[in-house]
Design a protein around this ligand. Structure first.
Ligand SMILES: [Zn+2]
Length: 496
């Protein structure tokens, strides 16, 4: 994350920003929330539609069980309390991409409430300075369709509608207005996405719209209890842009207030190219939507038994996993944070660490040899030429004495230079092995001659001393003797 706060110190000395976020995540079900149409992204417009999601008269919604399970899973991962009974409600408004004239959502009885996310307040993530951001609610709803303004014949004069997205299941996650800077908002979104990705209920792909964020922002004079008038920023498609948009809005609010003006409660659109927001419409109040309970759906009941079944699916979450990796592999908190940034990366690391003869060595190589080279090249760990499997292989080679630490460093350098994984580099560049038994025997004799004490121990029954001799012989051969041969020949000589 960027570290330089873009807001001036003068502004921050006088005013305190207050930010709350509404995040929509698309749940990864195969079919829509109230019908069996496919949710696949990128299909030809209006091919995944049926009477239910088109809102034709007489069609009735049937709730998708999987969508409920995914939403409950997300809510649990966000430490929410699941309401045993929640109610679907109609949110009425007119828009061309909403064929029914209302959206089925949840209103005063949402699926889940009272959660939180812990964010790190400092960049290094090491001194344990954390803040809890409250999650007001998580509810289920259906998505609307999409208006298309380009990519078809009459695009200059007409708008087309694609209803494939209508009825795709969403979880809306509403935070408390607990954030006090654009950085905190950025950090909250990063953590939220990480947690949702771990649960596997959404791919959180912002380009495809499966994670969308609206931000509510206001400022108030420091020391004042009540909030200032807020504006809502919509249509922002990256976390970085959200931070920019918030900075822009906070400065705009300050200028309006300082010049004696009043902030209008309104919805504003962010234009990423210009880095500015523009007023779009005055913000609706909840009563404008004339919410009422959806008469075509029964109350949603998630009883204790069902909840238990769902919770059994909950994987270890990033925060817990970081703590465990630190304890189990002795790596730093910073490296644990990097290695747990995605579930697949953490899985790869652990797979490599446990498959290798010495897990700690894998962790040390990641920390000592891999991270530094990635940083020098400006690469993320997902872009590393050396895979976790490669790291595990190299760890075993060092462990068995087949290569020295020095050779490992050289091979890592080559891997980064050529952009090839470790096994490929090793195949081509591995040190010439000494497989001539005569030469190895000569080295063995020398080592035995200079180690009378260890020889006595060995012959006195302490067979483990053989590893000392193996080490010495490997060292004498500069890591080039074939380890299997060394072991075989040594055993014979020592018994002799
Ligand atoms: Zn449908």
């Amino acid at each position: 994350m960027a570290t330089t706060p873009a807001l001036s110190e003068d502004l921050l000395a006088k005013y305190e920003p207050v930010i709350g976020l509404e995040v929509h995540v698309q749940l990864l079900t195969a079919s829509k929330i109230f019908c069996s149409c496919s949710t696949r992204f990128g299909d030809p417009p209006n091919t995944n539609v049926c009477p239910v999601c088109l809102g034709l008269p007489g069609a009735l919604p049937v709730l998708n069980r999987k969508a409920v399970e995914f939403a409950v899973l997300a809510a649990m991962a966000l430490e929410c309390r699941i309401n045993e009974v929640s109610i679907f409600a109609r949110k009425n408004y007119f828009y061309p991409d909403l064929p029914k004239g209302y959206q089925i959502s949840q209103y005063d009885k949402p699926l889940a409430e009272f959660g939180f996310i812990e964010i790190d307040l400092n960049e290094s993530k090491t001194n344990g300075s954390k803040k809890k951001i409250g999650i007001t609610r998580l509810h289920l709803e259906e998505d609307a369709g999409k208006s298309l303004h380009e990519g078809f014949a009459d695009a200059a004069s007409k708008t087309a509608i694609d209803l494939n997205r209508t009825g795709v299941p969403l979880a809306e996650i509403v935070s408390e207005p607990d954030m006090r800077s654009p950085e905190e908002a950025y950090e909250y979104l990063t953590r939220l996405k990480e947690i949702i990705l771990y649960t596997g209920v959404s791919d959180c792909n912002m380009e495809e719209g499966s994670l969308r964020c609206d931000a509510n922002v206001s400022i108030r004079p420091r020391g004042q209890r009540e909030f200032g008038t807020k504006t809502e920023v919509k249509n922002v498609n990256s976390f970085r842009f959200i931070r920019h948009a918030l900075e822009y809005e906070i400065e705009r609010h300050e200028q309006v207030l300082e010049s004696g003006g009043r902030i209008e409660q309104e919805t504003r659109l962010y234009n990423a190219a210009e880095g500015k927001t523009y007023g779009m419409r005055s913000k609706e109040q909840a009563h404008d939507y004339r919410y009422f309970p959806e008469p075509d759906l029964l109350p949603l009941v998630v009883d204790a038994k069902w909840r238990e079944q769902i919770v059994a699916e909950l994987p270890e979450l990033p925060e817990a996993r970081r703590a465990r990796l630190v304890a189990q592999y002795g790596i730093t908190e910073y490296d644990a944070a990097t290695l747990t940034s995605s579930r697949s990366l953490a899985d790869q690391f652990e797979e490599a660490a446990t498959a290798a003869k010495n897990p700690k060595r894998v962790a040390n190589l990641v920390q000592g040899e891999l991270m530094g080279r990635l940083k020098a090249k400006g690469l993320e760990i997902e872009q590393s030429p050396i895979s976790m499997k490669g790291v595990a292989m190299s760890a075993d080679l060092v462990e068995s004495g087949a290569i020295s630490g020095k050779i490992l460093k050289d091979l890592y350098d080559l891997a980064f230079e050529r952009g090839e994984d470790f096994p490929a580099i090793y195949e081509k560049e591995k040190p010439q092995q000494i497989t001539d038994s005569g030469a190895i025997e000569k080295l063995i004799d020398e080592v035995i001659d200079t180690s009378p004490k260890q020889l006595e121990q060995y012959r006195g029954g302490k067979k483990t001393v053989i590893s000392y001799f193996v080490g010495q012989v490997m060292k004498a051969s500069k890591g080039q003797a074939n380890p299997t041969l060394v072991n075989e020949l040594l055993a014979k000589k020592l018994e002799g």
